[in-house]
Design a binder for this molecule. Structure first.
Ligand SMILES: *[C@@H]1O[C@H](CO)[C@@H](O)[C@H](O)[C@H]1NC(C)=O
Ligand SMILES: *[C@@H]1O[C@H](CO)[C@@H](O)[C@H](O)[C@H]1NC(C)=O
Length: 177
């Protein structure tokens, strides 16, 4: 193949990828406003958003250890949000409707997620109800995507507990201390 032919093909390809990029949603550094715009323009669904974040968590969590659990119902909740958005197209929904949110592992959620403050001692325990903030999040349609890790018992377990360490997940990558 001549150099010109290769150049030509790569020009076509780069043109093609530029065009598709313009049409698809860019997840990097997105904002809630961008997300709602994309929802409105049918460029994005809550399911796609949740799938993206679940993949990112799966990819980077072995190194970052930022997420202690993901919600096994996250995709079901995303589908529900998409359905609600469709059937409520004329109404204005909350800014958090269909948006995935992580809560810290000491914030109670009465669902399939454990609430443990990073402690092995609380794995499998059942909280009496959603925490107030979780009730509010659910009421406005946010999707509880999972639990963010934390220093075990918010560092009250010991005075010399390393920042970001807990018995369940080990040491999270912390940027500064
Ligand atoms: C949206 O529509 C669903 C039916 O799919 C309904 O149950 C729900 O209450 C509506 N939500 C809002 C916020 O209007
Ligand atoms: C919660 O803990 C139980 C162990 O009691 C475990 O089987 C389950 O997978 C945990 N939930 C999640 C969402 O990881």
């Amino acid at each position: 193949m001549s150099v010109l032919a290769i150049l030509f093909i790569s020009l076509i390809l780069s043109n093609f990828s530029n065009k598709t990029e313009a049409k698809t949603f860019s997840f990097k550094e997105t904002t809630i406003d961008d997300i709602h715009k994309a929802f409105k323009q049918n460029k994005l669904t809550s399911r796609q958003l949740v799938e993206f974040y679940l993949n990112e968590i799966q990819r980077s969590n072995p190194i970052l250890k930022g997420i202690i659990e993901v919600n096994p119902d996250a995709l079901i909740l995303a589908d529900k949000a998409d359905q609600e958005r469709k059937s409520n197209a004329s109404k204005s929904l909350s800014r958090l409707h269909g948006i995935p949110v992580l809560v810290k592992d000491n914030i109670a959620t009465k669902d399939k997620l454990n609430t443990t403050a990073g402690s092995l001692a609380l794995v499998g325990s059942i909280v009496p109800q959603d925490a107030g903030v979780v009730k509010k999040l659910r009421n406005v349609g946010a999707i509880i995507l999972g639990k963010a890790t934390m220093t075990e018992w918010a560092a009250s377990r010991a005075t010399n507990l390393p920042n970001g360490w807990n018995g369940r997940l080990g040491q999270a990558l912390v940027s500064h201390w």
